[in-house]
Write a protein that binds this ligand. Structure first.
Ligand SMILES: Cc1cc2nc3c(=O)[nH]c(=O)nc-3n(C[C@H](O)[C@H](O)[C@H](O)COP(=O)(O)OP(=O)(O)OC[C@H]3O[C@@H](n4cnc5c(N)ncnc54)[C@H](O)[C@@H]3O)c2cc1C
Length: 485
């Protein structure tokens, strides 16, 4: 390690956020970067821990101790090279990843773990500032063509890797802009869209073709994909979950994704389908305590909601690690996001009983009941209502942030693809039951994380390359291809 006693000398320092009143005025990112000298100290906290569990904690197998040491030694260019070796898009994961690597950091057993995610973000940001991140065009073309359907992190990672292997890659996206959930799902205050555009410029310059407004199976026949030597389906898992609750059709009950997508489209003066969903001046209830729910809280507050309340049907997780998830496991523990900090009444173990409306069908209130989970060994946990705990909450807008039931089936139906037991696209080594069709990302594993999507895109690309060429020089997980800087 760069400085063997670094972890004894320096405490973890995280970047700060702008004040809540300031950041609620707009949809911009609001973090205040640390000075380079502070980041170098943070890098020096990485211990000579013997077995760096952060490697296995990271779905990409990022070479974390190596780049930590390099930034301590002020070798930022080399650190970028190491980071890019395993991660195509550290600017996305450096902002948005829940950082399982930090939960597995060995220093985390006795102290605050290394601030790996923030270091990652700053390495790639410096790389862009210094002009070190330049297109890497392949030396030779193979003459093979690949269609990638879907331009989220899985599709983009697959496309970049396949292009590096020399194949001609076309990415098809049904939306009017590239990026998948990064573009219109995840709010601007978490990811400024310029960050996606900056990377897209590189991908285009490397030779990847992007076709937007092209909905495969809808306005572009699947038969027309036959001209490609291989196809990688990265369509995500966007089938929204609803509730079988009385009154669900009330005016004012909306899907979280419709709300979030609209807000980002409004920021970019895009055409909005249907009525505008606004939280301004309203009592908003967000049902669902995950990332999507948290993004709805942040968006509602920025729109000027009167109040924001959040319901979750699961119990409140413990504040620290529980005994059930000891180090180095991913801990089930309370997560308080920056959006929660901005103002939100959070409630756990609440079930929705009825959406109440006025005579015009407009939502006026939500009836709930408190619940608990009865655990019987060998049986599925049972949800039990607490007698006498019914409550009515006045509200004008309810946002359903209940997750997704799986991928849409247009492509599997038309291409004759099998599904797995969880209704995701079935694949072995990313290969579906049709020989030249592969699948990766949320479409294959169900709704997950950006870091997993990038990993799946990379691994699928390698399998496609082997299918097309008989072997592949594309890297396997955790072993980078060390593209130059
Ligand atoms: C609101 C929200 C917030 C989130 N926040 C985080 C976070 O903070 N951190 C994190 O790690 N993860 C987060 N996630 C999860 C993360 O965004 C996803 O796991 C990730 O984007 C999946 O990538 P993907 O490439 O598999 O699919 P997606 O990003 O869903 O991209 C799929 C793309 O395929 C396109 N497509 C689908 N069918 C077709 C077709 N027939 N023709 C053409 N195009 C098609 C879609 O339009 C879409 O653009 C969040 C998810 C949501 C919904």
């Amino acid at each position: 390690m760069g400085k063997i006693t670094g972890f004894l000398e320096y405490e973890r320092v995280d970047e700060k956020n702008k004040a809540v009143e300031e950041r609620l005025k707009n949809f911009k990112e609001f973090t205040i970067p640390l000075k380079e000298t502070e980041l170098e100290k943070q890098g020096s906290r990485c211990m000579d821990c013997g077995i760096p569990f952060c490697h296995s904690g990271c779905p990409l197998g990022n070479l974390i101790p190596d780049f930590n040491e390099l930034i301590y030694k002020k070798e930022w260019g080399k650190a970028l090279r190491i980071l890019h070796a395993t991660n195509n898009f550290p600017e996305f994961t450096g902002r948005l990843c829940p950082a399982p690597c930090e939960k597995a950091c060995v220093l985390g057993i006795i102290e605050d773990p290394i601030s790996i995610e923030n270091i990652e973000k700053n390495i790639v940001e410096k790389g862009f500032q210094e002009g070190w991140i330049q297109p890497q065009t392949p030396k030779e073309r193979t003459g093979k063509t690949v269609a990638v359907v879907g331009s989220g992190p899985a599709g983009l990672a697959a496309a970049q890797q396949l292009n590096r292997a020399g194949h001609e890659v076309t990415v098809f996206e049904r939306d009017d802009a590239i990026g998948g959930l990064l573009r219109y799902g995840i709010p601007n205050f978490k990811l400024d869209k310029k960050i996606i555009d900056r990377r897209l410029n590189i991908l285009e310059a490397e030779g990847i073709t992007f076709k937007t407004n092209t909905n495969i199976g809808v306005n572009y026949a699947v038969k027309d994909l036959e001209k490609f030597d291989a196809i990688v389906l990265c369509g995500g898992a966007t089938e929204k979950r609803s509730l079988p609750t009385k009154g669900i059709e009330a005016k004012g009950v909306e899907q979280a994704m419709d709300f979030l997508t609209q807000q980002t489209k409004i920021l970019f003066d895009k055409k909005i389908e249907g009525e505008i969903i606004s939280a301004k001046g309203k009592n908003v209830i967000v049902i669902g305590g995950g990332d999507t729910g948290s993004d709805c809280v942040g968006t509602s507050n920025r729109q000027g909601a009167k109040s924001v309340t959040n319901f979750e049907i699961m119990p409140k997780p413990p504040v620290g690690r529980s005994e059930k998830t000891p180090w180095p496991y991913w801990p089930l523990q309370l997560k308080t996001s920056s959006s929660h900090e901005e103002g939100c009444d959070r409630n756990w173990l609440i079930n929705t009983k009825e959406f109440v409306t006025d005579k015009n069908g407009n939502l006026t209130a939500l009836k709930t009941v408190e619940v608990f989970w009865k655990i019987t060994p060998g049986e599925r946990p049972q949800l039990i209502e607490k007698k006498g705990s019914e409550k009515t909450w006045e509200c004008d807008l309810v946002l359903l942030a209940l997750g997704f039931t799986g991928p849409e089936k247009t492509l599997s139906d038309q291409l004759g693809l099998e599904l797995d037991a969880r209704s995701n696209y079935k694949a072995t080594n990313y290969k579906t039951n049709v020989s030249n069709i592969f699948t990766a990302g949320d479409m294959r594993r169900g709704q997950s994380l950006i870091v997993w999507a990038i990993n799946e895109g990379r691994e699928a690309a390698r399998e496609v390359d082997i299918f097309l060429m008989g072997s592949s020089n594309l890297p396997i997980k955790g072993q980078g291809d060390l593209p130059g800087v």
